[in-house]
Design a protein around this ligand. Structure first.
Ligand SMILES: [Zn+2]
Ligand SMILES: [Zn+2]
Length: 193
């Protein structure tokens, strides 16, 4: 798995994906794991492009239950090696180099809604430079890394399936909402309000 594979998975090349790729590679190195080992759990504190790099490189996915989103909007990623509690916490501290005045002016036009080809091209170049900067930087310039101990999150449980009294669709029991004595799925219970 390399950065090209990550681009294929994510659908485009961008600085965020590059950050995720570097985070993932560092996590595997720190915890002494191969890519796609199952005994790794990732706790991500945002749902940006970076998370796709982590899913692909680390094999941590929502479906397997070893990718956990804590939606704090922070560029922080924690990796726990099963059975725990050894973990590594990686916080992104990278600051991209300041734009030259010409690029800064193009960026301002773009931010204000200007989509003329020269502006779009300049913004695309800026993005590519940022991405290359991330890929070439030292880990110590990109990240603040801490070894920590973390309680292992509960493994995925299997819950009974019940049928919504309104829409007739099946859902897992802990998500049931009691409305007027009937068990409803979340969307139906919200229509009821
Ligand atoms: Zn992206
Ligand atoms: Zn329903």
């Amino acid at each position: 798995m390399n950065f090209e594979d990550a681009i294929k998975f994510h659908g485009h090349a961008c600085p965020g994906l590059a950050i995720g790729y570097r985070v993932a590679s560092l996590a595997l190195k720190e915890l002494g794991l191969r890519a796609r080992d199952e005994e790794l759990v990732a706790i991500v504190e945002n749902n940006s492009c970076a998370v796709d790099g982590i899913q692909l490189i680390c094999g941590c996915t929502f479906g397997k239950g070893n990718l956990i989103l804590k939606d704090y909007g922070k560029q922080v990623y924690t990796f726990i090696k099963r059975p725990g509690p050894d973990a590594v916490r990686i916080a992104v501290r990278w600051e991209p180099p300041a734009d030259d005045p010409e690029t800064a002016a193009m960026w301002e036009r773009y931010a204000a809604g200007d989509r003329t080809p020269e502006v779009v091209a300049a913004v695309q170049d800026r993005k590519t430079r940022k991405m290359k900067g991330v890929l070439a930087a030292d880990d110590s310039d990109l990240f603040e890394v801490k070894r920590i101990k973390v309680e292992m999150p509960e493994t995925a449980k299997i819950y009974p399936t019940i049928t919504c009294a309104r829409c007739g669709e099946k859902f897992m029991e802990p998500r049931a909402k009691m409305v007027s004595g009937q068990q409803l799925c979340i969307p139906c219970s919200q229509e009821e309000e």
